[in-house]
Design a protein around this ligand. Structure first.
Ligand SMILES: Cc1cc2nc3c(=O)[nH]c(=O)nc-3n(C[C@H](O)[C@H](O)[C@H](O)COP(=O)(O)OP(=O)(O)OC[C@H]3O[C@@H](n4cnc5c(N)ncnc54)[C@H](O)[C@@H]3O)c2cc1C
Length: 400
């Protein structure tokens, strides 16, 4: 087992235990201390639930319900807002898939730049291996690689130094995070990097300062002198207008269907309520689909283990990693249909789109969660207009 999986055991029991342990401090204590990054293995002031939320081992409803069973909504407002930031970013990208396509195209161009521009290649390698000479940055690069996690404030400082001090393209930083973060998510990661770079909220960048780092790292990095004091917004294509949430049209069940889980949702119980007798289970790993560089093995291992733990104990679960292997799996079991959780914009969606284009591919039914269908269409503007809908969403889905 890698170090990252020791920090984040990929089991349902671990996810539940973390939620139970954290819930009592999700109100005032969280609001007061959440911005402090106390260092590797010392993140008890935040929930560290993100890897479990990523694969929907825990969903927003379960997390919010556990917190509201102990606190008034107004008291836990800060934590609940963070949980819904994730829904907001997911919805925002879902309504603007072209932003993901553009990011993927940028990465292809940057791969060539790295091969041909030795200065860029050296700066990028030093940043990825934590050898820049900027002490906190190098420590975060190593913590990320070893544990698969970084505190939110560290992610903000890291992204800011990556872009404005090291003068590296934000897309390469987003790729570095996605290759190592256990919670790495196409929407949250891409849009957070864009936000730091001054693209998401146009013209508004995030600048890491030595004072802020010294204060919120609890004295671990008191004298950072070599970081930029300017953050000029990065150039970006024109903003994309919000479209509609794509339809999600589960077909009537045919007689022989298989259940396909993936890294955006491994909650098989929800599918088994509707599709009770699958002929086979599989897990599709699309993690390599968003990068041309080496994925940290812990990312795929965490998600596949989480899926393995979700399927019935006596069921065999096949591991698939390409669109063609999904088609082969369906044909090997004479399936007439595949049933899967909805795959939002990102590598898994790209893999399923490629699957559907294969000649003779059996129909695929994607089930979207009712909370996602209700929340995501509100992500048309900024988070603050979205936030107004949170009480109603809690009323409809959490307090039911
Ligand atoms: C540059 C950058 C990249 C990021 N990439 C990712 C990513 O790939 N995946 C990811 O899940 N988060 C990402 N985040 C958001 C945030 O840093 C993590 O969700 C958070 O640090 C996870 O730790 P936690 O579970 O202890 O959070 P807590 O503070 O305990 O929050 C509870 C839950 O709320 C959600 N959440 C918290 N903060 C945010 C936020 N700022 N945006 C969206 N959701 C949030 C997460 O699901 C989290 O588990 C990124 C932030 C930045 C600045």
């Amino acid at each position: 087992m890698t170090n990252a999986l020791t920090h984040f055991p990929p089991t349902h029991a671990e996810a539940r235990a973390r939620l139970e342990q954290f819930a009592p401090s999700a109100a005032g204590q969280y609001a007061r201390t959440r911005n402090f990054d106390y260092g590797p293995g010392q993140h008890d002031n935040v929930s560290t639930l993100s890897p479990y939320v990523k694969v929907r081992m825990l969903d927003e409803i379960t997390v919010t319900r556990a917190v509201l069973s102990q606190h008034k909504e107004a008291d836990a407002e800060k934590f609940i807002a963070e949980v819904f930031w994730r829904s907001y970013w997911k919805g925002w990208l879902e309504l603007r898939p072209a932003v993901w396509t553009q990011y993927m195209n940028d990465l292809i161009r940057l791969r060539d730049d790295i091969q041909t521009q030795s200065g860029l290649r050296t700066r990028w390698e030093e940043a990825c291996t934590g050898q820049t000479g900027i002490a906190p940055f190098d420590a975060w690069a190593q913590e990320l690689q070893q544990t698969g996690y970084l505190h939110n404030h560290a992610r903000m400082w890291f992204a800011s130094i990556w872009i404005f001090t090291l003068d590296l393209p934000w897309q390469l930083g987003a790729d570095f995070f996605l290759r190592h973060l256990l919670d790495g998510d196409a929407a949250v990661n891409t849009l957070s990097w864009r936000w730091v770079a001054g693209i998401q909220t146009q013209g508004k960048t995030y600048l890491a300062t030595a004072e802020n780092i010294a204060k919120f790292t609890d004295g671990r990095f008191p004298n950072v002198t070599n970081i930029s004091d300017k953050a000029i917004p990065c150039e970006a294509p024109k903003p994309v207008a919000a479209g509609m949430l794509p339809p999600c049209d589960p077909l009537p069940l045919s007689k022989r269907y298989g259940i396909l889980l993936h890294g955006d949702d491994i909650d098989v119980d929800r599918l088994l309520l509707r599709a009770k007798d699958p002929v086979a289970f599989a897990y599709a790993d699309a993690t390599a689909g968003h990068t041309t560089w080496q994925m940290a093995p812990h990312v795929g291992q965490f998600r596949a283990s989480a899926a393995q733990g979700a399927v019935p104990a006596d069921a065999e679960m096949q591991l698939l990693s390409t669109a063609q292997s999904i088609a082969d799996w369906a044909s090997q079991h004479n399936m007439e249909q595949i049933v899967a959780p909805y795959a939002p914009v990102g590598p898994m969606r790209d893999m399923l789109t490629a699957y559907r284009a294969i000649d003779g591919a059996v129909p695929l039914s994607l089930f979207r969660r009712p909370l996602d269908s209700a929340a995501w269409p509100h992500a048309t503007k900024g988070f603050f207009p979205f936030r107004k809908h949170i009480p109603a969403l809690i009323g409809e889905f959490v307090r039911r």
